[in-house]
Design a protein around this ligand. Sequence first.
Ligand code: AHR
Length: 514
Amino acid sequence: MLRTTRILPVFLLFLTPLITLAQATVSLNPSDEAPVIDKNIYGHFAEHLGRCIYDGLYVGEKSNIPNTEGVRNDIINALKDLKIPNLRWPGGCFADTYHWKDGVGPQSERPTIVNTWWGNVTEDNSFGTHNFLNLCEELGAEPYLAGNVGSGEVQELADWVQYVNFDGISPMSDWRKENGREKPWGVKYWGVGNEAWGCGGNMRVEYYADIYRKYATFMSDAGLEGGLYKIASGASNDDYHWTEVLMRDIPHNLLQGVALHHYSVIDWNAKGPSVGFSEDQYFKTMEQAWLMEELITKHVEIMDKYDPKGKVDLIVDEWGGWYDVMEDTNPGFLFQQNTMRDAMIAGMTLNIFHNHARRVKMANLAQVVNVLQAVILTEGEKMILTPTYHVMKMYNVHQDAQLIPIELNTPDFEFNGEKLPAVNASASKDAAGKVHISLVNIDSKKSNTVSVAVGALKLKDISATILTSKTLEDHNTFESPEKIQPEQFKKFKLKNGTLEVELPPFSVVVLEAN
Ligand code: AHR
């Protein structure tokens, strides 16, 4: 069966059986009205969880591993290459237990904290606000601070804003200076709590909306030009009531973004392994990843109802694949491998975000190092880049480019009588006039040919990169760190305004044209 993202004209319906045999089709429909793909869609997330911060990003200044203020240089370089636009910290669930004042000042005087959400490990608070914000500065990434609303006071969050943003004389800015930082960092993005419906306080949305109003009111921008960008803790998956109440009950002058969390998890009680998964588990993961399309569409419909001018953005600040932890690792540390299945999730999800660029202005993959669908894994002094890293790097050409709306018809990926769209795609034109087309074939067995009707676009000097491998569960390891690498791709040809691309099974291709 052929799928289409728009309703097919009647004459095409008659052709459906023929097209089924043939291929996927994409038509590119450039428009001056099309939105820009906000680079912040390529954001990441670093929580105090397992080996993300400690023994991940942060090894401490005394480590033998080359570092800058305790953060591994190899990771800094890899993230710079990735062009990460923003980084969310310190959680996640951890955020609503975190008291930022415990993480500033002389390290030897900092109290410890027990990480109650993630393994009950005791942390020494050696990685704190200065470390994080200096890291963001080094990376050229915007910091996105998640404030503690669950167990923190309003004043505590207001103080944090003043500490990092105020340039004048005040108790908090003076304290920052005492702690070695003269100029404020200027933090724009602030989460007002995290998962308020769960680990952030098990609140009802009606209650949280009031709490949000209160916290957001006292978070003065502390003189930050342009003001703070405040993000409400959003819905889990298809909790549309949550979005409805936030949009209805929070005055929009207090609200710049509404979050959404969706993980590609098969079943919270039987997540399955990250490597050694079955064909069935692969299909179900793809089903969950594809669900993002429906979730965004429906949450946006609600946002459109309350905010037709589109002032409040949708921020998908947690997404990615979630599986069982690797054998012999701490169950609370959420350490998993990253295979071609994850590359499929990444390629597909980014295509979905691009195509919803009108409302989706930021997203954060969970998480950046050693946790869940990480782009980087470390072991001692070794570091590897995962297939997800490679997809995000191949795709970063879309950052801040203008979306080219597409119409897509695709064959199905069928398994056990169930069906999913086999091919997904997105396209954009950057400021230099370069066109990029990203194509993903999630079918585990079949190649798919995609015919791209380029319309009025005059494409020339076309080149392409592919990420694929022999088996779906292939992955990079510390012994074989470059098993999966993007490669030059040549299986395409442009003829009479149609670009024919042959996508192998489970592959991601990015084409570039002048
Ligand atoms: O990313 C791991 C956890 O998933 C986060 O801490 C929480 O917000 C979500 O439930």
